[in-house]
Design a protein around this ligand. Structure first.
Ligand SMILES: Nc1nc2c(ncn2[C@@H]2O[C@H](COP(=O)(O)OP(=O)(O)OP(=O)(O)O)[C@@H](O)[C@H]2O)c(=O)[nH]1
Ligand SMILES: [Mg+2]
Length: 212
């Protein structure tokens, strides 16, 4: 049985969603975000969905000493929707002092497909902090074959991180920026080398986004 809106306590954890195509830097960003939040003494739970049964990101995370809840066995956009809902409800019921739930869906997943599982747990759509991580080295892929995924991802995002600026040519970063501005003028966007760490501006924006 799932909780309804009225039963959820006011101070429930924030949900941060890290979306972006395969290899864009979601896990790297998630780890840096937990480190930043842990420094601020915030308690975080991590949910990771990986396709296949080789939990590389989970192993990586456990090595760093974090507990990770697995959503093994398939893609969250189809069979595991119920599992995601049950997992979030489990966290809401059993971890009272939790401040954040950080969720990395598979890079193949359509981000809109996981919203029902979250809203069924009593969250409003506009309470979900959705960070779209855009790998500028993949601009051509997004333009030519993943245009719908790009538009859908960007339309749901609250912030965009153009990642790997250390690796991408300046022209690629410019093209990525233009795509973002053309699709979502005014959206908060950041350019980063997430491997090196999150920028103070991003950290501030994420914390400021925290609703009262
Ligand atoms: N050069 C560079 N490499 C990066 C950056 N951020 C991430 N990477 C590398 O990109 C690769 C993929 O990063 P992940 O964080 O695993 O990406 P992901 O989106 O979680 O990948 P999947 O879960 O497989 O979809 C890793 O080798 C990272 O070290 C960056 O800012 N610059
Ligand atoms: Mg990952």
């Amino acid at each position: 049985m799932f909780k309804n809106e009225g039963e959820i306590k006011k101070g429930r954890p924030e949900i941060i969603l890290f979306t972006g195509f395969l290899g864009s830097g979601k896990t790297t960003m998630l780890i840096k975000t937990i480190e930043m939040l842990a420094e601020k003494k915030r308690k975080c739970a991590i949910i990771i969905n990986e396709i296949g049964d080789v939990g590389i990101d989970n192993r990586q995370m456990r090595k760093l000493g974090y507990d990770v809840l697995d959503l093994f066995g398939g893609c969250v956009c189809c069979t595991l929707k119920v599992t995601l809902e049950a997992t979030i409800n489990h966290l809401l019921e059993d971890c009272e002092d939790l401040d954040y739930i950080l969720f990395e869906p598979s890079g193949m997943a359509d981000p809109s497909a996981m919203y029902p599982a979250i809203t069924n747990c009593g969250y409003d759509v506009n309470e979900i902090h959705n960070i779209f991580i855009f790998d500028p080295l993949r601009v051509d892929l997004y333009v030519n074959s993943l245009n719908k995924l790009f538009n859908d991802s960007l339309n749901l995002a609250g912030m965009v991180v153009i990642n790997k600026i250390d690796h991408a040519a300046p022209g690629m970063v410019k093209d990525a920026m233009k795509m973002v501005k053309d699709t979502r003028p005014g959206i908060k966007s950041f350019q980063m080398n997430v491997n090196d760490g999150l920028t103070p501006e991003f950290n501030q924006a994420l914390i400021r986004e925290r609703r009262q």
